[in-house]
Design a protein around this ligand. Structure first.
Ligand code: G3H
Ligand code: ZN
Length: 282
């Protein structure tokens, strides 16, 4: 059934575990996330990013409706989250399109600008019952971004700044830069677990790990034990999807019906979803 992100986060917190949010690009992604969550017996968040909206010609409506329909008919509890929102126009559509949460991404702004823009987004969201996540520090690695030096000042999230930021903005959850990076196709990221523990002590709201595709299972489990509550996974689904399509087309070079290769692609993504969900018990 369709749940709200706030409900799923509260349940994860109560059960000392984390909830995963998976990026939805196509209908098959949403179906695979539902299947994987059912297989693992876990909740999950269906997240649609601003970049995915751009892929759908700038329209949120169709892909949001698809994700919502999948959630409504699933045995797993699934919520809808709008991810990495930079555009205020898109932010303002979240409520009407059925999203219970958004991640407002002002991470490219200066600290002062980030605080101001995020506080406004939070005020707007809370008036409509929307749960708002924001990022402090720079996870980096998103499409079109230059590679980051993960050790440069201002890249990793500072615990004192995080405390002040959460107080000043009123965010419901904080995405932190602790060693992961977006769009990794190998699981080689090393997390700073001392920093995660320090951030967990510094801020009262749940912490969010972005770029989890590149983080090894053992590191994810340790991060959950240190208090990471929302684990965002995108690229790993695409790696599974594309690998399955490539293998099928290599073995069947004359295939033309997309259903023939989307079935293994969807199964591969569901397997990846279930695998990640099984790491979140802390
Ligand atoms: O917000 C989305 C996530 O941070 C996904 O990152 O594609 O590197 O797993 P990823
Ligand atoms: Zn992210």
């Amino acid at each position: 059934p369709l749940a709200t992100t706030g409900e799923l986060i509260a349940a994860a917190r109560q059960n000392n575990r984390a909830v995963a949010a998976f990026n939805v690009i196509t209908l098959e992604h949403a179906e695979a996330i539902a299947t994987g969550a059912e297989q693992a017996g876990a909740d999950a968040i269906l997240q649609i990013s601003e970049n995915a909206v751009k892929f759908h010609g700038g329209s949120l409506t169709a892909i949001a409706a698809a994700a919502k329909a999948v959630a409504g008919t699933s045995r797993a509890r699934l919520s809808l989250h709008l991810d990495h929102v930079v555009s205020e126009d898109l932010l303002k559509r979240a409520h009407a399109e059925g999203f219970s949460s958004v991640m407002f991404d002002a991470s490219k702004m200066t600290y002062a600008e980030n605080v101001k823009a995020t506080a406004e987004a939070v005020r707007w969201g809370h008036e409509r019952g929307i749960w708002v996540e924001a990022e402090l520090g720079k996870v980096g690695g998103k499409e079109g971004e230059p590679p980051l030096d993960a050790h440069a000042p201002g890249v990793r999230t500072d615990p004192d700044e995080a405390r002040a930021y959460v107080e000043a903005t009123g965010v419901d959850a904080l995405a932190v830069a602790v060693g992961s990076s977006h769009a990794m196709t190998e699981r080689t990221a090393a997390l700073d677990h001392e920093l995660i523990a320090a951030l967990q002590r510094a801020v009262p709201v749940p912490l969010v790990l972005h770029g989890s595709s590149g983080v090894p299972d053992a590191e994810i489990r340790e991060a959950v034990r240190s208090g990471m509550l929302k684990i965002n996974v995108g690229t790993a689904l695409n790696t599974a999807f594309t690998g399955a399509v490539r293998a099928f087309l290599e073995a069947h070079p004359s295939a033309v019906d997309p259903r023939k290769y989307l079935v293994p692609a969807r199964e591969a993504m569901a397997g990846t979803v279930a695998h990640f969900l099984r790491q979140l018990e802390g």
